[in-house]
Design a protein around this ligand. Structure first.
Ligand code: ADP
Ligand code: MG
Length: 166
């Protein structure tokens, strides 16, 4: 488990961007946290880090947005409005989360039982001063243990130098 505190939105973005550099085909990032916790911002950081040029928005109304002009394709899910686990099958969740791209899933905790057994869970929580976020990474599986070890080496640098939301 790895815990970071980001003091502003750009730091959260920068941490996502730093993580992106370490991602490999097939990686799955499950995001949890309340509305406004920073899940989309973190996903935007990942997308920017992967070189996606179009603006990444919250896919709340579409459930899935695909970005395929970066280093790896991104399948960005937002399960906020999804009601039944069956709907995951309707949108092809199984296939998308087992391809050569990176799956990023907002509100993954709503359907935790349907998420892949191995993945990186990232939990975002507002701190008491409301400007900060506590970001906890829970690796599930050897691939994600390794990813967290790698992130440890670069995260402090990202958080120190990465304070710009681009
Ligand atoms: P979610 O997708 O979890 O609903 P968003 O990423 O859309 O959340 O929104 C997070 C909001 O919180 C943004 O308006 C952002 O500017 C604000 N915010 C304030 N401080 C932080 C922080 N430290 N990290 C991330 N977001 C923050
Ligand atoms: Mg969101």
């Amino acid at each position: 488990m790895l815990v970071y505190t980001t003091e502003n939105p750009c730091a959260t973005f920068a941490l996502g961007k730093g993580l992106a550099a370490l991602l490999e085909p097939g990686d799955v990032i499950c995001l949890s946290g309340d509305l406004g916790a920073g899940k989309t911002l973190f996903a935007q950081g990942i997308a920017t880090g992967l070189g996606v040029s179009e603006g990444v928005t919250s896919p709340t109304y579409t459930i899935l947005q695909v970005y395929d002009d970066g280093r790896l394709p991104i399948y960005h899910f937002d399960l906020y409005r999804m009601e039944q686990p069956d709907q995951l099958f309707d949108i092809g969740f199984e296939e998308y989360s087992r391809t050569d791209g990176v799956a990023i899933i907002e509100w993954a905790d709503k359907f935790a039982a349907q998420m892949p057994d191995t993945s990186l869970w990232v939990e975002l929580k507002m701190t008491s001063d409301e400007a900060g976020r506590m970001i906890t990474m829970h690796p599930k599986g050897a691939r994600y243990d390794k990813l967290c070890e790698e992130l440890k080496l670069v995260a402090d640098t990202c958080l120190r130098h990465g304070h710009s939301c681009i």
